[in-house]
Design a protein around this ligand. Structure first.
Ligand SMILES: [Zn+2]
Ligand SMILES: [Zn+2]
Ligand SMILES: [Zn+2]
Length: 107
C-alpha cells in the first residue's frame, strides 16, 4: 500500500544528537526507543515505551510520519496509511543516549 503523505516530510537532515524523548525528559519518565517526527522534528518514544509519546504527538498534531532514531534503523512509518518505508531524502544520523529501559528489558 502506498503512502500519500510524503509531502509532509519537512525535515531535511536528522539532528546530530538528541537527549531523549522530549516529554519523558520533562516528566522524569523512562522511555524505550526513540522516534522523530518527519514534519516538525519532535522526538518522542515508541509504542513499547510506557507513555508512547511519538504516537501521542502524531494524534495531537496530525503529523503522519515518523522515523526511527535507533542505531542501525532507517525505517519510517506512516500512521495514516499504516505502512513502513524508507526516506532517503532525510540525511544524517542521530546520536542517542542509551534507553533508560533498555538494560532492564534485556537482562
Ligand atoms: Zn501516508
Ligand atoms: Zn516519551
Ligand atoms: Zn510533528
Amino acid at each position: 500500500m502506498p503512502c500519500f503523505h510524503r509531502d509532509h516530510i519537512k525535515l531535511t537532515a536528522l539532528p546530530e544528537s538528541v537527549r531523549g524523548c522530549e516529554e519523558c525528559l520533562a516528566a522524569g519518565e523512562p522511555w524505550l526507543h526513540l522516534r522523530i517526527c518527519l514534519e516538525c522534528g519532535h522526538v518522542g518514544c515508541c509504542d513499547d515505551s510506557p507513555k508512547r509519546h511519538a504516537t501521542a504527538h502524531a494524534n495531537a498534531t496530525q503529523h503522519p510520519l515518523i522515523r526511527s532514531l535507533e542505531p542501525g534503523e532507517e525505517w519510517a512509518w506512516c500512521y495514516v496509511d499504516r505502512v513502513a518505508m524508507l526516506v532517503p531524502q532525510v540525511t544524517g544520523g542521530t546520536l542517542i543516549p542509551p534507553s533508560p529501559l533498555g538494560t532492564r528489558l534485556s537482562s
